[in-house]
Design a protein around this ligand. Structure first.
Ligand SMILES: Cc1cc2nc3c(=O)[nH]c(=O)nc-3n(C[C@H](O)[C@H](O)[C@H](O)COP(=O)(O)OP(=O)(O)OC[C@H]3O[C@@H](n4cnc5c(N)ncnc54)[C@H](O)[C@@H]3O)c2cc1C
Length: 427
């Protein structure tokens, strides 16, 4: 059985960043496990026109270690892409290119183990035993980074099939929509990307395409500079100190800073609709239904009936579709593998781990054995937690905590222009 200092479950971008930044500590024995064969980034949703919502400068390492060889800039230079990339004038890159960059980094690191599904994690009193599909590893500390899982609305759960499915699934790969009525549920970024792919014929020529959204409109991502201060270390540090009772309401208000639709994408979607409807005279029903909640779904002789509550018209509506694609987002859940540890963890009312400032999970085991978790802190650390913006900073924070010293400087030394904390001169 291998003995490790650190075992990490999952190799999404967040753990890839941690692995890249840990490379500096040569004698530290860390392994990262993923069930996939190689690094992938939401490959089921990899549309050709999908761009990142975050600047390429906020890559896996640069914000805390700009000289690190695993930067996006080094990816460009090493692949002889620098000059032509500069000519694109891009501030954000396509999701495909981010995945290629991630794969390039993954190939450079020795600490990654793909095709290793983590099946169980136990604590034997002094070490964690991480059972994988390819053997068991013992480790002093662990980190959980298994990512969010697709959220399926209650009303659709019993109907899941190759005709009713969450967008993040294998079904999009073999989808054929010729002559069919399609309903897309969810008006976030994935919803509008699927909507556009449906009406533009990526999966054949659908008879009708309807996008149903709970939101008031197709709402844009708020990328303005003061809003972007939520994605700075100083704000996260200050947010963590707030009373729990306040945090959820603040995060809910900040929704469009993280879950809004890319403004440039909205523009090109609008322009596509204009062209298709008003220049090419496409007669198919292609429509967007905002302010609708999906209340009920039932199988009919052919296809499905969807019952929608229209908040604008205060009416209940029926919609029929042959195929229903759920773009209903993701939810955070601890992986099954962690179950043997569950009764030792301090969980909140939603069964998620309570996190300390340095991303340690609160638990009743020895303080010398640490459990960290990434992408579990939306309500403890704030709206930046599920985003890539601060992944390098969070990795550096965890590394500093692991080593008990400043491996990477992370504490902001310059104040923000926005002062949320109590003024010192207050009384
Ligand atoms: C389509 C899409 C686009 C996004 N675009 C952006 C963006 O532009 N900007 C931004 O800031 N954020 C974006 N996000 C949000 C966020 O950055 C991503 O969700 C990101 O992938 C989260 O990284 P992660 O490492 O937490 O999890 P994931 O990327 O989900 O990775 C988790 C990994 O854990 C593995 N795993 C799970 N269980 C096990 C197990 N038992 N054993 C071994 N391995 C396991 C999985 O195979 C997976 O590879 C996007 C999200 C989605 C869904």
């Amino acid at each position: 059985m291998s003995e490790l200092d650190f075992a990490a479950i999952g190799i999404g971008p967040f753990h890839l960043s941690l692995a890249a930044l840990l490379e500096k500590e040569k004698s530290f024995k860390a392994l990262f496990f993923d069930l996939k064969k190689e690094f992938e980034w939401h490959s089921e949703l990899m549309f050709a026109d999908a761009d990142m919502q975050t600047s390429f400068m906020k890559d896996l390492v640069t914000p805390v270690d700009p000289t690190n060889a695993n930067s996006f800039l080094n990816y460009l230079v090493s692949n002889d892409l620098f000059y032509s990339f500069m000519n694109t004038g891009r501030r954000t890159i396509s999701r495909r290119e981010f995945e290629r960059y991630g794969r390039w980094v993954a190939q450079r690191l020795n600490s990654l183990r793909f095709s290793h599904r983590v099946e169980s994690v136990r604590f034997d009193g002094s070490q964690f035993e991480v059972g994988t599909s390819q053997g068991t590893f013992r480790s002093k500390d662990i980190c959980v980074g298994t990512g969010p899982v697709p959220r399926v609305p209650e009303v659709a759960r019993n109907l899941l099939s190759d005709r009713v499915f969450h967008a993040k699934s294998e079904h999009l790969k073999n989808l054929r929509l010729d002559g069919l009525d399609v309903a897309i549920i969810g008006g976030g970024q994935t919803g509008i990307e699927v909507f556009r792919s449906c009406f533009s014929g990526l999966w054949g020529s659908a008879r009708s395409v309807t996008l149903v959204s709970r939101r008031d409109n197709l709402e844009p991502l708020d990328e303005s500079p003061f809003t972007n201060e939520y994605f700075a270390p100083g704000y996260v540090e200050s947010f963590h100190h707030l009373p729990e009772t306040q945090k959820r309401a603040i995060v809910a208000k900040q929704k469009l800073a993280s879950d809004g639709n890319t403004p440039a994408y909205l523009q090109s979607l609008y322009n596509d609709l204009y062209r298709i409807k008003n220049v090419e005279d496409d007669r198919r029903p292609i429509r967007i239904l905002p302010m609708r909640n999906l209340e009920y779904m039932a199988k009919r002789d052919s296809g499905y009936e969807l019952q929608l509550a229209n908040r604008y018209a205060s009416a209940t509506e029926a919609l029929f579709a042959d195929v229903v694609i759920l773009c209903t987002g993701f939810e955070t859940r601890l992986p099954h593998a962690i179950e043997p540890l569950l009764n030792q963890l301090d969980l909140d009312e939603t069964r998620l781990p309570k996190l300390e400032k340095n991303f340690r999970v609160k638990w009743n085991g020895p303080a010398t054995n640490r459990i960290y978790a990434v992408n579990f802190g939306r309500y403890s650390h704030g709206i930046a937690e599920p985003q890539t913006s601060l992944m390098a900073w969070r990795s550096a924070t965890i590394i500093n905590d692991l080593f008990g010293r400043t491996v990477y400087p992370v504490s902001p030394s310059r104040p923000s222009f926005l002062h949320y904390d109590r003024l010192e001169e207050s009384f």
